[in-house]
Write a protein that binds this ligand. Structure first.
Ligand code: FAD
Length: 320
């Protein structure tokens, strides 16, 4: 099997992720989206805005225009989780055709932990050295012995497709794995999450590195709206509606009116005298004096007008 190539990211003790090829990037997302929204002018800042808009509104197909092809090597028990992501195209090393190699995953001592009492799909707690050593010894004994048996049967001419079943799931396999950006982000969202198993998280994190480079705006938008975004269920919204004081919502709305005004001014500079009316037009209710004080403080953040208006609508719906 392949040793770790120079341009690969090493994962676990013997695995790796290597980006073999990619097609498109942020520009391909924008290009395809403009078929839906019309051509218009395209500046980098507008491309970023459009990608963020698409991500916010879960208009996902433009993200499928970008493709990634990886060469990866991972233990079989990691591959079993990985293969659940059905939208990928995969071609795996064949143990029917080729001989197995003596390459097994041995966890590092710090990753040998107890079964978590809180999370049935997790591990926690520090294991004493004596027990860690025993775990590693068992891993090695089982891997060495099973490989000896495999070799013996292989040399005796037995069918590889059958005798491979003797080998344990910490044996390394490798594959070519191709997917589009939309589904790759979905994969990374699930598998780089702290709830995912450490051994697959390492691979997912390595793939994330190439996404950051190939499609940086899409990556940023995915982080902002999916990974770090928050959705409220109907029940949660109803609790917020009941318990969030109207004055708190009004304070946030005021901030939004200022931000929209500052952003509009930033996008297209206005005369000084037009700023207060512009702020009032957005819904702002501070007096002219208070407006000037706040404006002159220079503390108003610039945002995205469309996004701020969407936020305003959401907040207002909580008040109703
Ligand atoms: C922390 C964690 C724990 C897990 N635990 C278990 C477990 O205990 N047991 C277990 O069996 N699995 C488990 N899984 C796997 C999980 O249930 C999913 O199979 C896996 O995460 C792939 O997700 P997906 O189906 O969204 O992804 P993909 O297969 O990549 O699909 C991407 C998206 O395409 C769409 N799609 C793909 N195929 C279809 C289809 N046939 N029909 C309709 N829509 C489709 C869906 O919208 C889907 O979200 C776990 C996953 C995680 C992350």
């Amino acid at each position: 099997m392949t040793q770790i190539p120079e341009d690969a990211i090493k994962c676990l003790d013997k695995g790796f992720v290597r980006l073999v090829d990619s097609m498109g990037g942020d520009d391909a997302i924008v290009q395809s989206a403009r078929v839906s929204y019309g051509k218009g002018t395209s500046k980098v800042s507008q491309d970023r805005g459009l990608i963020r808009y698409l991500m916010r509104h879960r208009h996902t197909t433009p993200f499928e225009m970008v493709e990634f092809k990886y060469h990866c090597k991972m233990p079989i028990f990691v591959a079993r989780q990985w293969v659940r992501h059905r939208t990928a195209n995969i071609n795996e090393y064949s143990l029917r055709y080729s001989e197995a190699r003596d390459e097994f995953y041995y966890p590092e001592a710090e990753h040998i932990q107890y079964q978590s009492a809180l999370n049935k799909q997790g591990r926690s707690g520090k294991v004493p050295k004596e027990l860690t050593d025993k775990v590693l010894k068992y891993f090695r004994e089982m891997s060495d012995r099973s490989f000896e048996m495999y070799k013996e049967l292989n040399e005796a001419g037995l069918a590889r497709e059958l005798i491979r079943a003797i080998l344990p799931v910490n044996l390394y396999t490798e594959w070519y794995w191709k997917n589009d950006l939309h589904n790759l982000l979905h994969f990374i969202g699930l598998r780089s999450d702290p709830h995912a198993q450490y051994e697959i998280r390492v691979f997912s994190d390595a793939m994330a590195e190439s996404v950051k480079k190939v499609a940086p705006f899409a990556w940023e938008a995915y982080q902002d709206y999916v990974v770090r975004g928050m959705r409220f269920s109907r029940i949660e919204q109803s609790l917020l509606e009941k318990n969030l004081p109207a004055r708190v919502i009004d304070d946030i709305l005021e901030d939004i009116f200022y931000q929209i005004t500052a952003t509009l001014h930033n996008n297209k500079s206005r005369e000084e005298t037009d700023l207060f009316p512009l702020y009032q037009k957005q819904g702002g209710s501070d007096s002219k004096v208070d407006f000037k004080l706040k404006w002159d403080s220079g503390e108003i953040e610039i945002g995205n007008v469309r996004e701020l208006r969407e936020f305003k609508t959401k907040l207002e719906s909580l008040k109703n």
